[in-house]
Design a protein around this ligand. Structure first.
Ligand code: HEM
Length: 533
């Protein structure tokens, strides 16, 4: 043993240069961990049981964390999920999520350090991944100014026109093409909120490009997949040896090119005196004051576009599934719409206050299957103690929205789709329910836009069509949704839209003709893709 130690001490000096920082990093991790154990971290699965469970079953993270939450408690800690030697605190209990992320929002509004996505891929310009500081403050001010409850109303004319066009497209389309039409509308609204451009079509190439952008973000938003997330010291390796950079840099290059192209179109729209309220246009106004580069504005302003498409589309899919599985809810919703609107005109935003059942149905869609089941990760800026449990600075904090919306005290029979939970319920939690959109100072700034858009789509589709299965002998009771859906998406069942009566057709066609004229007011986006050789 003594000989071995002596041999190690006799390492050539060049090797010590590498070995010493590595030893120092390991010692720090070990000491940190000992300190944390001593200081009463929340309970959680051990390293071994975590890896055993990983190996044994291929469960999705939200459901796995919910299962562990039932064993270890609504606030639990997992070592090494995100950063080696640092705890990830998982909140499965709604009270803890509110107490920490909302009431102590000043401590919990950061994001964990994300080397691959935030630093390498997006060059530090991605607002959704900003850590605490002045950049985050400016980003949130920009998002709130362009998407708060009042500001969101200015997107209603576009949502109104797009949903009328969608009714016509759905009327004429074969069920196989429904998806493309709905996705075009969702893209159009999100693209407009970001860059002030509507999308009159969604090319296959664009849909594919966006799918990759979204997939990359989803796959990398939670750090921990790469060694460098755990050992940032690897960033000191000579560049050519940093094997982890290549894919991230390529993705970053493609996205930067695309979003700069979007920004150049925003500039043209602004020059014509339009789009003053949308994110990119607002950021351009501040360019000189804050010294923003074009790339910073382009990537920062992509947030409403990249965050708003798949979440809203997933909500639409969840709605369709709920209507197929709970036809009595569809009938009730149609009854309410008919009693307020009648059968002579389309419903519109003027009816929103008179349709409490529809508002409840939209809340229940996000409650039943939250499209972003783990939200986005938060991080603790300072050491904190919650109900005797120690939460160290630098911990990643995950609100498990999936588990929170399955809390049986708040939501009895949580797997059942039941809008009635939210009807005539004066409890402030239910009245202002928005847990689907996250918590605290990082709560989804697009929540009002998403809710308005879903209102326009859902109310009009239910007014015009019955949503029915393509199977001749469909039995809803045989199709219960598995409690382990893909991340945020539910399995879709083949459906078709059947006009509720013949007069519906002529009203849809007339309204779509008017909408065709209205949409001329918005500039259309043109797609351009960089292909990395
Ligand atoms: C039903 C649809 C939607 C759902 C369920 C949803 C959900 C969420 C959630 C859970 C977060 C993370 C919040 C947190 O960190 O605690 C988030 C963030 C965000 N959402 Fe949404 N969202 C939706 C639609 C939209 C739309 C339509 C937009 C914009 C037009 C949008 C823009 C954003 C942005 C910019 C962020 C990042 C905020 C930040 O990092 O500070 N979202 N969303």
């Amino acid at each position: 043993m003594q000989e071995q130690i002596l041999r190690i001490l006799k390492l050539p000096p060049s090797l010590w240069v590498v070995a010493l920082p590595f030893l120092a990093a390991c010692t720090k991790v070990v000491l940190n961990r000992a300190l944390l154990l001593w200081k009463h971290l929340p309970r959680g699965p051990s390293f071994l049981s975590r890896w055993w469970s990983e190996w044994k079953n291929n469960e999705m993270l939200p459901t796995k964390l919910m299962r562990w939450g039932n064993i270890y408690g609504g606030v639990m800690s997992i070592m090494d999920l995100v950063h080696f030697g640092k705890p990830t605190i998982v909140l499965c209990n709604p009270k803890a999520a509110m107490d920490l992320l909302e009431k102590r929002g000043n401590l919990y509004s950061s994001r964990p350090r994300n080397i691959i996505a935030s630093e390498i891929c997006y060059g530090g310009f991605k607002g959704t991944l900003y850590q605490s500081g002045i950049k985050l403050k400016r980003f949130r001010t920009l998002m709130n100014a362009t998407m708060n409850a009042d500001a969101s109303r200015k997107y209603r004319p576009l949502e109104d026109a797009e949903s009328k066009l969608l009714l016509r497209d759905l009327l004429e389309a074969s069920p196989n093409n429904y998806k493309l039409h709905v996705q075009r509308v969702v893209h159009s609204v999100a693209m407009y909120t970001a860059y002030g451009l509507r999308m009159d079509r969604l090319d296959q190439d664009h849909a594919e490009f966006f799918g990759n952008v979204e997939k990359y973000f989803r796959g990398n938003v939670l750090p921990g997949r790469y060694l460098v997330d755990h050992f940032p010291i690897l960033l000191y390796l000579p560049r050519p040896l940093q094997w982890f950079r290549k894919v991230a840099e390529e993705q970053g290059k493609v996205e930067r090119f695309f979003f700069l192209h979007c920004l150049s179109q925003t500039r043209m729209v602004v020059d014509k005196g339009q789009s003053a309220g949308v994110s990119a246009a607002r950021a351009l106004e501040k360019q000189e004051t804050y010294g923003y580069s074009d790339a910073e504005i382009a990537i920062n302003s992509s947030a409403p576009y990249t965050a708003g498409v798949m979440t809203t589309y997933a909500s639409f899919e969840i709605f369709v599934l709920a209507m197929l599985l709970y036809p009595q809810v569809m009938k009730q919703a149609q009854k309410d719409i008919d009693s307020v609107v009648g059968r002579e005109r389309l419903p519109g935003f003027e009816d929103i206050d008179s349709l409490p059942y529809i508002r409840a149905l939209i809340k229940e869609i996000g409650r039943w299957h939250p499209p972003a089941p783990l939200g986005l990760p938060h991080a603790a800026d300072e050491d904190d103690v919650y109900e005797g449990m120690f939460i160290p600075a630098g911990s990643t904090v995950l609100a498990n929205i999936y588990a929170i919306t399955r809390n049986t005290e708040l939501f009895p029979d949580p797997e059942e789709f039941r809008p009635e939970r939210f009807v005539d319920n004066d409890d402030p939690f239910f009245k202002n329910y928005n847990a689907t959109f996250g918590f605290g100072r990082r709560i989804c700034p697009g929540q009002h836009i998403a809710t308005d858009e879903l209102f326009a789509l859902i109310t009009r589709i239910l007014w015009a069509f019955d949503i029915v299965s393509q199977e001749d002998e469909f039995d809803p009771l045989k199709h219960r949704v598995p409690s382990n859906p893909r991340f945020g998406m539910v399995p879709s069942l083949p459906y078709k839209l059947v006009p509720r009566e013949d007069t519906v057709r002529s009203i849809i066609v007339e309204e779509a003709l008017l909408a065709e004229r209205e949409v001329q007011a918005w500039e259309s986006f043109s797609f351009k893709k960089l292909t990395v050789a």
